[in-house]
Design a binder for this molecule. Structure first.
Ligand code: SAH
Ligand code: SF4
Length: 410
């Protein structure tokens, strides 16, 4: 495994998306050795990288095609393995380029087969650049939960990621790098569409993917490319807390399945637990869902609903949820998530009986509402509730942080 190769040439990468007035302080740190990491570049960008290094155009076209194949179908990380490229050219490539992987700080496997990785962005020896990735195997599929940012600019009250002060967009390369690393670890090279363990991707790790739109889009395009990793858009789900102005673009430019972190059905409660609601309210959000291209009965929108004791788990909340889904005629399913507590969290988990009753009310209305089974509890790996350094913050500190982040939202 190569280490510390997670940055790209800023000349070739799009600048991380500054969407809306959200502060996203830093892009990735450039590689110290000046080499360009080819992972996460589009086919055109890969060719341009070769051209920029001085390769002549006709050759660059052919080499880009060959290198793309080696990277995404064979999992090669070494130019010397590229047998259809003249041996004499291997050192020339290796001097200028790398095929990197995120640096792994820690890898854990749960008794139920769930795997979790702690990954490190360049220059983050103090752990401030760490982000996580989780693989969850099921009987009929294997889902990789991918991070889009280090930390998150939003501050949902029940989410540990929201308490991290430092926020950085992951580059397209770091996002694709997560998938490459998972393939390495699962031993899934060369890439074959049949019999893979890694079949699905959810953008439900750290961060808000629609606040890092360009990089998430570019990365997912690489992941979906039919001549490479070839994951179908039907097997990829992007989860958003409700960045309404970016949802139409996500549908048009990425086209993957949509999951929305609803978590509450009244303004009062959603304002409290998902503060972005103060900017884009429930009705606006549901209208954006109704307008989401490609959503239909075969491809439903998932509404995530974290069950918080005595906060959002009453019968009338479930009934209101049904009413709203019907009002907007949404092809929807509801994913009930038992709250995963963390030190200092201001909420408790709803009782199993409460969760069951809530689920029943929605099911009785003809809407699917399964309860997500916690996975990888022994390694603390449940997707969407990733945490790093479990520093304990007081309720007052959490409130202050929420206000700070909200003020930054404008
Ligand atoms: N920022 C995006 C995607 C990452 S969070 C979003 O909010 O949708 C992925 C999912 O995990 C979200 O539904 C989120 O609300 C949920 N989640 C976060 N912390 C959790 C916790 N402690 N317990 C249960 N679910 C949690
Ligand atoms: Fe950010 Fe999603 Fe966590 Fe909210 S739930 S703080 S949007 S990662």
């Amino acid at each position: 495994m190569c280490a510390g190769m997670q940055t790209a040439s800023t000349a070739l990468m799009p600048i991380p998306g500054h969407i809306d007035p959200v502060p996203v302080p830093r892009a990735g740190v450039a590689r110290e050795d000046g080499r360009v990491d080819l992972v996460g570049l589009s086919r055109d960008e890969l060719r341009e990288a070769l051209l920029a290094a001085g390769m002549e155009p006709k050759q660059a076209k052919l080499r880009a095609k060959q290198i793309w194949h080696w990277i995404y179908n064979r999992g090669a990380t070494d130019f010397a393995a590229m047998t259809d490229i003249a041996k004499a050219q291997h050192p020339w490539l290796a001097e200028r380029f790398v095929i990197g992987r995120p640096e792994v700080v820690e890898a854990q496997v749960s008794t139920d087969g769930t795997r979790k990785w702690l990954l490190r962005g360049a220059g983050g020896t103090d752990g401030s650049q760490d982000y996580e990735m989780v693989f969850i195997p099921d009987a009929d599929r294997g889902t990789l939960c991918v991070s889009s940012q280090v930390g998150c600019t939003l501050n949902c009250r029940f989410c540990h990621t929201g308490t991290m002060r430092l926020v950085r967009n992951l580059t397209a390369q770091e996002i694709v790098g997560q998938v490459m690393l998972a393939r390495d670890a699962l031993g899934e090279w060369p890439s074959q569409p049949e019999g893979r363990m890694l079949t699905n991707i959810v953008m439900m790790g750290m961060g808000e993917p629609l606040y890092n739109f360009d990089n998430v889009r570019d990365a997912l395009k690489v992941v979906m490319d039919g001549d490479g990793l070839a994951l179908s858009k039907r097997r990829i789900t992007l989860s958003t807390s409700g960045v309404v102005p970016m949802m139409a673009r996500a549908g048009a430019e990425i086209g993957v399945n949509l999951a929305v972190s609803l978590h509450a059905v009244t303004k009062e409660i959603r304002d409290e637990i998902v503060p972005i609601n103060r900017k884009y309210g429930i009705e606006e959000l549901l209208q954006a869902c109704a307008d989401y291209p490609g959503a239909n009965n075969a491809r439903r929108i998932t509404f995530e609903y974290v069950m918080l004791k005595d906060k959002n788990d009453r019968d009338e909340d479930a009934r209101e949820l049904v009413r709203l889904i019907r009002k907007y005629r949404l092809p929807a399913k509801v994913n009930l998530i038992p709250f995963n507590p963390w030190p200092g969290a201001p909420y408790d988990t709803s009782t199993p009986e409460r969760v069951r009753r809530f689920s029943e009310i929605i099911f009785e209305a003809g809407i699917s509402a399964p309860v997500r089974t916690p996975r990888g509890r022994d390694i603390d790996a449940a997707c969407g509730q990733l945490k790093t350094a479990a520093e304990k913050k007081s309720r007052a500190e959490l409130d202050r942080l929420a206000e700070e982040k909200l003020a930054a939202l404008g």
